[in-house]
Design a protein around this ligand. Structure first.
Ligand code: GLA
Length: 400
């Protein structure tokens, strides 16, 4: 009898392991063929965001030229949610009087509409979320014209932890539940018939990059939250080494939204932020107040050469070439045999950063352009060397 019980347990466990929940989404792989670009309310407005702020952001995307540079998603983050009625239909709170009108407003400006929820009962800011209302919520989003959903684990973690405690024998239970929850919403989104980009936000747990595509994710956060400091931004950005093989057209690693223009980093630091994110083929989701943008912020967010590196049709993420002391060199393969290279100085004083064409795997002499200045660069004796400011970068494009 004891033998039988053990045999049954082994069978169940191995079946359980083999059958991690997966989505069978026909829509997901057709979306986000390049990393999504747009704006999100959280980094600047956080819990104070209103419908008017989002309309102002949409207007600013058009007026500043950001939309035409590629920033098309207008994404409301947490704190739009109100209460559910007796039928379970979720309503907005008073900060968002008319979501359908807001969606129409955004679309009328040639932009796309993004929204936010959680698979748990509540969001991270403790507002109502989608647990046990997945299809109802997906249908509601579709009726508002939503094109993008950020689905943030938040309180669902509590459910995962409780289940794991109740079943200590099932080591995979909480990870299986997490995937199940993400599959459930992907299915619900697909069921609406609207092509909705699916942004997984669970801070990188359980190496999400290994299974994000299988649950129908188009992008997945690889880390905890960014903030507007050099320490946090650079820690997140430079810790993305080794993840390049998991990104491809349709699904991207997401080291979190941009802080450029929020005011607490220097221009060099924001250039490093942008350069690193484009080398990472990261989603470029601006997080600043677009109605009050400095010329510096505009020139960084809208630099054509930098955006072209991010959006390159080859769809390959870059990775680290070498790191030595404060010097950190990254490269990203581009279409047509071109290569983007970032020479970063993470140190506290100005310093020359060097890399050889050999280290970059570049064989012949090429045209080399400094992306931020537009100047031509010479690789003397097969060596690229640049004097790089403190916390700064020289971003290059090498074209055959
Ligand atoms: C989490 C996410 C953030 C943001 C907040 C909102 O912290 O990681 O990006 O969405 O929740 O509450």
């Amino acid at each position: 009898m004891r033998w039988l019980a053990a045999a049954v347990y082994v069978t169940v466990c191995s079946v359980g392991l083999a059958q991690m929940p997966a989505a069978n989404s026909k829509i997901a792989p057709t979306l986000a063929q390049t990393p999504p670009m747009g704006w999100n309310s959280w980094n600047h407005f956080a819990g104070k965001v209103t419908q008017q702020d989002v309309m102002d952001a949409a207007d600013a995307l058009v007026k500043t030229g950001m939309r035409d540079a590629g920033y098309v998603y207008v994404n409301i983050d947490d704190t739009w949610e109100g209460e559910r009625d007796a039928q379970g239909v979720l309503h907005t709170n008073s900060k968002f009087p008319d979501m359908k009108a807001l969606g129409d407003y955004i679309h009328s400006r040639g932009l796309k509409f993004g929204i936010y929820s959680s698979p748990g009962p509540t969001t991270c800011a403790k507002f109502a979320a989608s647990y046990q209302h997945e299809q109802q919520d997906a249908d509601l989003y579709a009726s508002w014209g939503v094109d993008y959903l950020k689905y943030d684990l938040c309180s669902y973690r509590g459910l995962m932890n409780d289940a794991a405690k109740a079943h200590p024998e099932d080591a995979e239970l909480s990870n299986r539940m997490m995937r199940e929850a993400y599959v459930k919403m992907r299915d619900a989104l697909d069921h609406t018939g609207r092509p909705i980009v699916y942004s997984l936000c669970q801070y990188g747990f359980d190496n999400v990059w290994e299974w994000g595509p299988s649950v129908g994710g188009n992008l997945w956060r690889t880390t905890g939250d960014i903030n507007d400091t050099w320490d946090r931004m650079s820690l997140i950005g430079f810790s993305q080494a080794g993840l390049s093989k998991y990104a491809a057209p349709g699904h991207w690693n997401d080291p979190d939204m941009l802080e450029i223009g929020n005011g607490k980093m220097s221009t060099d630091e924001y250039r490093t932020h942008m350069s690193l994110w484009v080398l990472l083929a990261a989603p470029l989701i601006a997080g600043n107040d677009l109605s009050k943008m400095s010329d510096d912020a505009k020139s960084i967010l809208m630099n054509k050469g930098a955006i072209a590196i991010d959006q390159d049709s080859l769809g390959k993420q870059g990775d680290r070439v070498y790191e030595e002391g404060p010097h950190d060199v990254w490269s990203k393969p581009l279409s047509g045999g071109a290569l983007a290279v970032g020479l970063f100085n993470r140190g506290e004083s100005v310093s020359p950063v060097t890399v050889t064409l050999k280290q970059l795997g570049v064989k012949k002499a090429h045209a080399i352009v400094n992306v931020w200045t537009g100047e031509a660069v010479d690789a003397k004796d097969g060596t690229l060397s640049a004097v790089v400011p403190r916390h700064g970068v020289v971003l290059l494009r090498i074209t055959p």
